[in-house]
Design a protein around this ligand. Structure first.
Ligand SMILES: [Fe+2]
Length: 378
């Protein structure tokens, strides 16, 4: 497997700060953009854990004025994003800080760019292009999963709740990302499993995508190796510092890899499966991942063999077997019928998987092939 001969591009935030305790740097970082700071957050648990007060303390240490926008929900829709824009607008922030899981960070990105460019979410789904930089935005993840702190898109649910789609622009890449693994402590086990699997799958799909290149390969490979070593450990020992740090790195590397190399069919299918059958994103990806690898195997044999060895921590292990073992360990069924999917749902899921991530899959799938694969997964 050679990394030579392939093109690779790297677009990332101007500053990434990684490490336990680095959240204490958020105040001086934000102050570099001005005195008016808006903080966007979501989870009740973030408040209860005392982390919100801690972060506000850092942000106001230099006399900065702060506006709090809380209660951002999972799977944000167009209306929530547009309402949040109107909540933030009168405050005229110099900088916006988004702290939370992928959904919260995505809302922060969308709000920051809509404030400077105007218009509605649907305008940009319809082809309008962002032409102005966003308000300076600092992203701080509290889960180890999406890698959204380093990517250029925000996933938003349509107002009728029937689809999820991204808005995207290089202007949406956060200006800075602070990745402090200590903020991920206290996440429920189900969140660690789902986000951890998402992070792993993002690295697998970026490493095997049509756009994979040497820079992203290096990060994705290390992330897959770290997942093999620490994912189960982080779930079984939620207070294990090393494991939490490892998962934060897996998430960060996955975000960088996917933003620059793209993803694949597992992500393409995860959105319709998640939205129509209520599965968390990482779990929706995990249900189909092994089957997608089976279909893709002959086109990326060497790469999948490498993934199998790294995940299992020993040579000669098949990637599909290594991944299935992980899914089994977390009690994740890889049969769609266990989540209520029937044969009648296949056209809906097939249609929902078009475009986006599916375009980067190493093997081109037409709708008939996707439907065949889904039938095998029932
Ligand atoms: Fe993902």
């Amino acid at each position: 497997m050679s990394e030579l001969g392939n093109k690779s591009t790297l677009i990332i935030p101007g500053r990434i700060i990684f490490g336990t305790g680095t959240i204490s740097e958020i105040g001086s970082l934000a102050a570099g953009y001005g005195k008016r700071v808006c903080i966007i957050y979501g989870r009740e648990s973030f408040i209860k854990s005392g982390n919100l007060d801690r972060v506000i303390g850092f942000l106001t240490a230099g006399g900065e004025k702060i506006e709090e926008i809380g209660g951002i929900s999972h799977d944000p829709d167009e209306l929530l994003v547009e309402e949040t824009v109107e909540r933030v607008r009168p405050y005229r922030p110099d900088v916006i800080v988004g702290i939370g899981g992928g959904s919260v960070i995505d809302v922060g990105k969308a709000v920051s760019i809509l404030l400077t460019n105007g218009g509605k979410v649907a305008d940009y789904w319809g082809g309008r292009v962002f032409t102005r930089p966003s308000i300076p935005y600092i992203a701080v993840p509290t889960t180890s999963g999406t890698g959204s702190e380093v990517t250029k898109n925000a996933v938003i649910t349509g107002r009728d709740g029937n689809f999820k789609k991204s808005i995207r622009s290089d202007y949406m890449i956060p200006d800075a990302a602070v990745v402090d693994p200590s903020l991920t402590f206290g996440a429920p086990e189900s969140v660690t499993v789902s986000t951890g699997l998402d992070a792993l799958i993002q690295n697998i799909e970026a490493f095997t995508s049509k756009n994979a290149g040497p820079i992203t390969d290096t990060l994705a490979l290390r992330a897959i190796e770290l997942s093999g070593e620490y994912l189960i450990k982080a779930v079984k020992e939620p207070d294990n510092f090393k494991a939490r740090e490892a998962l934060s790195l897996v998430s960060l590397y996955g975000g960088i890899a996917l933003a620059n190399a793209g993803l694949g069919l597992a992500h393409g299918l995860s959105h319709p499966i998640g939205i129509h059958f209520g599965l968390p994103h990482g779990q929706a990806c995990a249900v189909v991942m092994a089957k997608v690898m089976e279909y893709n195997y002959s086109a990326r044999k060497e790469r999948y063999d490498k993934i199998g060895s790294l995940l299992a921590g020993k040579p000669g292990v098949d990637a599909v077997a290594a991944f299935n073992e992980l899914a089994f360990c977390f009690g994740i069924s890889t049969r769609l019928r266990d989540y209520g999917v029937t044969e009648e749902d296949i056209p809906l899921l097939t249609e929902g998987s078009r475009g986006g991530s599916r375009n980067y899959n190493p093997v081109a799938f037409d709708d008939t092939e996707v439907a065949k694969m889904l039938k095998e997964l029932l």
